[in-house]
Design a protein around this ligand. Structure first.
Ligand code: SAM
Length: 187
């Protein structure tokens, strides 16, 4: 695969996106909190049709510039605040990696519910989000963090293809637990 990310100074895709794409066939995918598009570019190269949304207009402008330079027709970058929880299309795959922790805690239930409703039967949700636990208090003052078991509880009735609350390390070396979920909606 051509190193589009490297060519445009972006990091490689999130490792959980790479793992998920080993089992998810190309389909319409929503990348929630896409930033400058490291995951969107990868998904597009695999044949997914990507809607890439972020609240930061500069990040979306950068992704749009990459899309224009490369002549990519399968990524649609859009400025959108996921806290609105009013998605207007259905997807086979919705990914939200390291983004939920930046939103208002009062909107988390609505955002998750909207993601689930907008996932096609048999489709997938991928979420990676910071946690705050007694064993590993979150060292970063994120607006929102999950408690143990909280994210999986939201996905009762879905198949948990992968779920863990493993210890991870931020770019600055800070250690914290992350809730990582790949779940499949009943068909
Ligand atoms: C740490 S980055 C993660 C980017 C990407 N998902 C990844 O895996 O590299 C978090 C992103 O979430 C975006 N974000 C934060 N709050 C948001 C909101 N309410 N709606 C949409 N995007 C948001 C930020 O602008 C930022 O680009």
């Amino acid at each position: 695969m051509e190193d589009l990310n490297g060519r445009h100074g972006l990091n490689p895709p999130h490792s959980e996106i790479v793992q998920a794409c080993r089992i998810i066939e190309p389909c319409d995918v929503l990348d929630m909190g896409c930033s400058s598009g490291r995951n969107a570019l990868y998904l597009s190269q695999l044949g997914f049709k990507v809607t890439a949304i972020d609240a930061n207009p500069q990040a979306i402008a950068m992704l749009q510039s990459i899309v224009d330079q490369e002549g990519i027709r399968t990524i649609a970058p859009q400025v959108y605040d996921i806290q609105q929880a009013s998605l207007d299309a259905d997807y086979g795959f919705i990914a939200c990696t390291v983004t939920l922790m930046f939103i208002d805690p009062a909107r988390v239930d609505a955002v998750l519910s909207d993601m689930q409703q907008r996932t096609l039967p048999g489709g997938y949700n991928l979420i990676v989000c910071a946690m705050d636990t007694a064993e590993y208090p979150c060292p970063i003052n994120f607006p929102f963090t999950f408690r143990p078991g909280e994210l999986s509880a939201h996905y009762q009735g879905w198949e948990l293809v992968n779920y863990n609350e493993d210890l991870g390390t931020m770019h600055n070396g800070a250690q914290l637990q992350f809730a990582t979920l790949l779940a499949r909606k009943p068909g």
